[in-house]
Design a protein. Structure first.
Length: 384
């Protein structure tokens, strides 16, 4: 890739990162054990920048969800509701953030009170429209255990259950019938796309109107191969740690050399900006004694996070940068083709000259406008 483009992408990646988990009072039903049940809720605050006020009320929550293997777990997150006196049903967006890191202090809920959460300014664009927003921290980020980074099914569950938890949380003004949208980019694009595919089987009661998703790593193996030795090399090892957290029988440690073990420990204790710089241009062979991508069990697990095999049951707005330096444009095109073939009304937008982080920023408003049309009950024609 052109050196200037690489340098700009590295700087952009630095812009996309970072550390409250409260002990709240129990807000769910005593002994409740259903996905989406609120376990704890505590007041928090939402600041897009340090000290920047917003006319919102926010709660830090923990809620019940489901791992990739179908076991019950507890995930943390944040629910944000505008205090604008809006009458009638208020839409809810379940927002999936992009890569923030693997340490608990990187969780979105840790950054919101301090104005340091990476995508808080994009989330504020939604609250200024009068929409409530639920933001999951994902499994193992802000709660005990390692973060199951880019494990698709776990992320999809967490996104849908964050919406369920927000609708069940007392004091929000939301109801079970509130219109719901899903939105996310990059890791959040994978998470939101998985939520879209899982909606009909996992959370069909949600009044889902559509999903806006972009920069989607719909094929992890192809994405890893694309980033080997490049700017996103650190993300490959983060992904390996995430898969190993969800599927410990993969035994990642058996594939690592001493340098790899050092970097795994480093990645687990830092956020995305530091991790991206630490991993720049490393090759898989630099940190392993043998490549896990060549192992059948790793291939099986990684392919279990592939998207496109099941049709979302609601419209989708899908976008991808033509010169994305982290997730190949062809992967976005393939996801579009897979969903279109299954009859999904996909509104596709390829972003000319759009690099990865640029896509998240430039498409934030068009994606939200598309969701606004869904909330207004307008038709959702695709362009397959």
């Amino acid at each position: 890739m052109h050196l200037r483009s690489t340098a700009l992408a590295a700087v952009a990646a630095l812009a996309f990162s970072l550390g409250l988990t409260g002990t709240g009072t129990a807000a769910g039903k005593p002994g409740a054990a259903s996905p989406g049940d609120v376990v704890t809720a505590a007041p928090t605050s939402f600041h897009p920048l340090p000290g920047q006020p917003t006319n919102t009320r926010a709660w830090h929550i923990t809620y019940r969800s489901t791992t990739a293997r179908g076991a019950a777990d507890v995930v943390s997150g944040t629910v944000i509701v505008p205090q604008d006196g809006r009458p009638g049903p208020r839409p809810l967006v379940s927002y999936a953030v992009g890569t923030v890191g693997m340490a608990d202090q990187c969780a979105p809920s840790a950054g919101f009170p301090n104005g340091t959460a990476v995508e808080a300014n994009l989330i504020q664009q939604l609250t200024l429209r009068g929409w409530a927003v639920a933001v999951t921290d994902y499994e193992g980020l802000g709660t005990p255990g390692d973060h199951t980074y880019v494990v698709g099914r776990s992320e999809g569950h967490a996104v849908l259950d964050a919406a369920r938890a927000a609708l069940r949380l007392p004091g929000t003004g939301l109801t079970a019938d509130s219109p719901v949208g899903i939105m996310g980019y990059s890791q959040g694009g994978q998470a939101s796309s998985w939520a879209a595919e899982l909606h009909d089987s996992y959370a069909p009661e949600l009044n889902l109107k559509g999903t806006a998703t972009g920069g989607v790593p719909a094929d992890l193996i192809r994405t890893a191969e694309y980033n080997d030795g490049s700017i996103g090399a650190g993300l490959i090892l983060m992904a390996a740690v995430g898969q190993d957290a969800a599927y410990p029988e993969l035994r990642l440690d058996n594939y690592l050399n001493d340098r790899g073990r050092y970097y795994v420990d480093f990645l687990k204790h830092h956020c995305v900006a530091v991790n991206t710089v630490a991993g720049l241009f490393k090759r898989i062979s630099d940190v392993t004694v043998r490549n896990p991508l060549d192992a059948p069990d790793w291939q099986r697990v990684l392919h279990s996070s592939d998207l496109g095999s099941h049709a979302p049951d609601r419209p989708v707005y899908l976008y991808h940068g033509v010169v994305d330096e982290l997730v190949p444009y062809a992967i976005g095109q393939k996801l579009r083709a897979d969903w279109c073939e299954k009859g999904v009304p996909v509104r596709w937008h390829g972003l000319p000259l759009g690099e990865h982080v640029v896509g998240a920023i430039t498409e934030a408003v068009p994606a939200a406008n598309w969701l606004a049309e869904r909330f207004a009950g307008k038709d959702a024609p695709g362009n397959c």
